[in-house]
Write a protein that binds this ligand. Structure first.
Ligand code: NIG
Ligand code: FE
Length: 433
């Protein structure tokens, strides 16, 4: 496994070429090369182009071709690996009973207010051992990898105390070492107010700022700070206070914004220059234009709207207004217990009116931009990480069309084959390579 790989004869090589978030009409530009090839050397993309041209350049380069693994992608589309830029993947326990309560009419917020919901996962995560969280994490990453995800963001926020928030972030660091899927950690100590601080949200934010954030920042346990800016959770003012301080400590900002009601999270994201604002089901027109203007990526999570039976975010309008949209799963044990990328794609097409081209952009280069990584991943461009998926079908159009079923055949991380559906082979354990 030296990260040297040639993929050739792809019916469509979907490059998504670019080094920043694509906005508005740019989201339709996929930079497709027919009969395409990509050469990855030591984990990084070396050349991309039409197969014949790339292969003759490779021969002329004097490189030892026998040191490269070759994949013939005839009849198959090749794309950048998907970047799932919003998940809560490290948690203890499950909330299947809560799902059943919601089916009977209980609301997500009522369940949280009576001490369930996120707070139920907090109790289970506090009592879970590190080893249990790592083991569950590996299984979840394996499943995501099979959907073609090569980089995933993961949030803390099921600890809401110093020890457990740090434990979740350390588990993500461990997962990064054990699994080929790359995990980008986000500190979300302000996911809810723990029962110890019930009714004292400001005091809890003070605790997070004084007792948890300094260690997260000094040990570089997270790249982003996120907050649930929502009625009866944290106000716009509390969110501004936390994210501003976190930014001073070097953490970039994300916001769970306007998910259940309109509170002004979208406006705040533009004001403070957040990297992304996520959910946005009830974001105002003013908030959305301010975000587009300030280059804040709108991360939309259609499976959460589906699962909560809420209206979908207005993705079509955001793109038409010149915004940059990313799509992600929001995988978590409560509002959205699904890591299914194909379901994200189908719902985005059918209920947000995004085109298949826009969906691919939203899952690749714009997902990378939502993680501040558009320079290094999210497209098939020379110099970027060799993170690539090979579909079993000839076109990217199968991604939303084959509803909720994965079209991904092979997954390559930094030039190494890490998942192959054909062999039913799971090559995901770094230690076995
Ligand atoms: O993105 N809304 C807040 N956070 C998550 C849900 C977390 C949970 O229910 O456990 C979300 O929907
Ligand atoms: Fe979330």
């Amino acid at each position: 496994m030296n990260g040297n790989l040639i993929i050739k004869n792809a019916s469509e090589l979907v490059t998504c070429s670019g080094f920043a978030a694509k906005k508005g009409k740019e989201m339709s530009e996929l930079g497709i090369i027919a009969d395409g090839a990509v050469v990855i050397e030591q984990g990084k993309i070396w050349r991309v182009g039409v197969t014949e041209a790339v292969m003759s350049e490779l021969r002329a380069s004097g490189k030892d071709i026998s040191g490269f693994t070759t994949i013939d992608a005839s009849g198959k589309a090749v794309l950048p690996g998907f970047v799932d830029s919003h998940t809560h993947l490290v948690f203890g326990g499950f909330r299947a009973e809560e799902f059943a309560w919601r089916l009977k009419g209980d609301s997500y917020m009522d369940i949280l207010q009576r001490g369930g919901g996120i707070l139920s996962s907090v109790r289970a995560t506090r009592s879970a051992s590190r080893a249990e969280l790592v083991e569950a994490g590996i299984e979840r990453l394996d499943s995501m990898l099979a959907f073609g995800v090569t980089t995933v963001e993961g949030k803390s926020g099921y600890g809401l105390d110093r020890e457990t928030e740090i434990k979740q972030l350390e588990v993500m660091a461990e997962l990064n070492k054990l699994h080929p899927l790359e995990v980008v950690p986000t500190f979300m100590g302000a996911h809810a107010t723990p029962s110890e601080y019930k009714g004292r949200e400001d005091a809890y934010i003070d605790f997070v700022l004084k007792r948890v954030l300094p260690e997260v920042a000094s040990r570089r346990l997270a790249e982003f700070c996120d907050i649930f800016c929502e009625k009866n959770v944290f106000s716009v003012e509390q969110s501004r206070r936390l994210l501003t301080k976190a930014a001073e400590s070097g953490l970039k900002s994300k916001i769970h914004a306007d998910e259940i009601v309109h509170l002004g999270g979208a406006e705040l994201s533009a004001e403070i220059g957040a990297v992304s604002a996520d959910h946005l089901l009830h974001a105002s027109d003013e908030g959305l234009s301010a975000m587009a203007e300030a280059n804040v990526v709108a991360t939309l999570l259609p499976v959460t709207a589906f699962s909560l039976r809420e209206p979908y975010a207005r993705g079509r309008q955001m793109i038409d207004a010149g915004g940059a949209v990313a799509l992600a799963t929001d995988f978590n044990p409560g509002s959205c217990f699904s890591e299914s990328i194909p379901l994200v794609a189908a719902l985005a097409a059918l209920y947000m009116n995004l085109t298949p081209e826009e969906i691919v952009t939203a899952l690749t280069i714009n997902g990378a931009a939502a993680l501040g990584r558009a320079q290094t991943m999210g497209s098939i461009d020379p110099g970027k990480q060799g993170d690539v998926v090979v579909l079993e079908n000839p076109s990217f159009r199968f991604i939303p069309y084959h509803i909720a079923v994965s079209t991904v055949e092979k997954v390559i991380k930094r030039g190494t084959l890490v998942f192959d559906k054909l062999n039913r082979r799971d090559c995901s354990n770094k230690n076995s390579s």
